[in-house]
Design a protein around this ligand. Sequence first.
Ligand SMILES: Cc1cc2nc3c(=O)[nH]c(=O)nc-3n(C[C@H](O)[C@H](O)[C@H](O)COP(=O)(O)OP(=O)(O)OC[C@H]3O[C@@H](n4cnc5c(N)ncnc54)[C@H](O)[C@@H]3O)c2cc1C
Length: 382
Amino acid sequence: MQHPFETPERSAFRQSFSKFVESEITPFADEWDEAGAIPADLHLKAGAMGMFGFGIDEAYGGLGFDDCFMRAAVCEELGKCGATGVGAALGARNISTGPIAALGSEELKQRVLPQILSGEECSSLGVTEPSGGSDVANLRATARRDGNEWVLNGTKTFITGGMTSRYFVIAARTGGPGLSGISLFFLEAGIAGFDRTALERKMGWWCSDQATLFFDECRLPADSLLGPEDRGFIAVMNNFNFERLALIAQSLGMAKLCLSQSIEYVNQRQTFGKRLIEHQVIAHKIADMSARIDSLEAYLSQICWMVNEGPMPVAEISKAKFLSTKILEYCASEAMQIFGGAGYLRGNPVERIYREVKVMAIGGGSEEIMKDLAIRQMGVVE
Ligand SMILES: Cc1cc2nc3c(=O)[nH]c(=O)nc-3n(C[C@H](O)[C@H](O)[C@H](O)COP(=O)(O)OP(=O)(O)OC[C@H]3O[C@@H](n4cnc5c(N)ncnc54)[C@H](O)[C@@H]3O)c2cc1C
């Protein structure tokens, strides 16, 4: 679909990233997913493509500019590789570099950002806990001040990249109950009192790792605090905006793959003496999928324009997040139906996408939480 915000720079950027995905990722995505990991040098290649540097100064290894359309293009093209775990494995760092760049000390930014943005090291964000991920304001991990140090205690779970990351941004309670008692901390794997175990046997995202992180009297230097004490909740909420945009764009890419795979299949598969596409019911499925995808693409495009113009369109991002995963769910289900038994076999990208719909609908703010947030942002309820 053509859209009015396209520029030669955006289109060239998308094309080069799309070629990168087609040549360096898609042919191997199935193999990596079955193997449970992506190769280390893929991080470096993606870093060299500029995938991690949006909105971050060149002095720290960033691109020195931001463009929401380009951010979205990266995620959409990655979504088309057919194994969303690749995007998760690479992109986990993107949800932790925002707080480091915005709130970290000069020394920290100079020391760690170039390593993370080049793809040399991975970093992760730890917000979710065993007691829950939706209710961020009530998280339970604590950090208490002790002289020149912070002492961190608690558990984080479902942390993407948690087993492989060297650097972490962790949300912990430093003050009283509720949202005004939360702070963010930077820490490095290997410090005393830090341990991690992998979450095994997941439904999807096999080639990205998720971990449970344990903090037992972890002592962090005073300057590990990112931003003002007790003001971490707002930083977490701000950070969610780009994570959600990434998930929307990736869902769009996945839905487009469901459609393109379906179109190819309905043109070759024959039943009752004619091609599947010649059965009206099947042709309508293609039209239904395509209409939903077009509407999501147009919505995302409008949102990218709003993000570039500012202020952050939180209501629209929340609405597009749940809309995108509903559209993805619809497209994955219809594509599976079109493929019949062939869609039920491992190795078919539609089969994997069908399994990976739910992580898109739950991660980074579930559909229910996104609807609550949208309603509040629209001013319909307090
Ligand atoms: C593969 C994967 C990777 C992840 N990566 C990360 C990561 O890198 N970092 C990180 O911090 N977290 C990560 N998460 C966690 C993710 O953000 C949480 O799973 C998500 O926020 C939901 O939290 P929860 O699973 O604890 O569900 P809960 O908060 O326990 O909610 C359970 C269900 O109840 C619904 N619900 C909750 N409250 C309400 C309400 N008030 N009204 C209506 N419905 C409600 C929710 O929508 C959900 O459907 C990851 C999760 C997965 C599955």
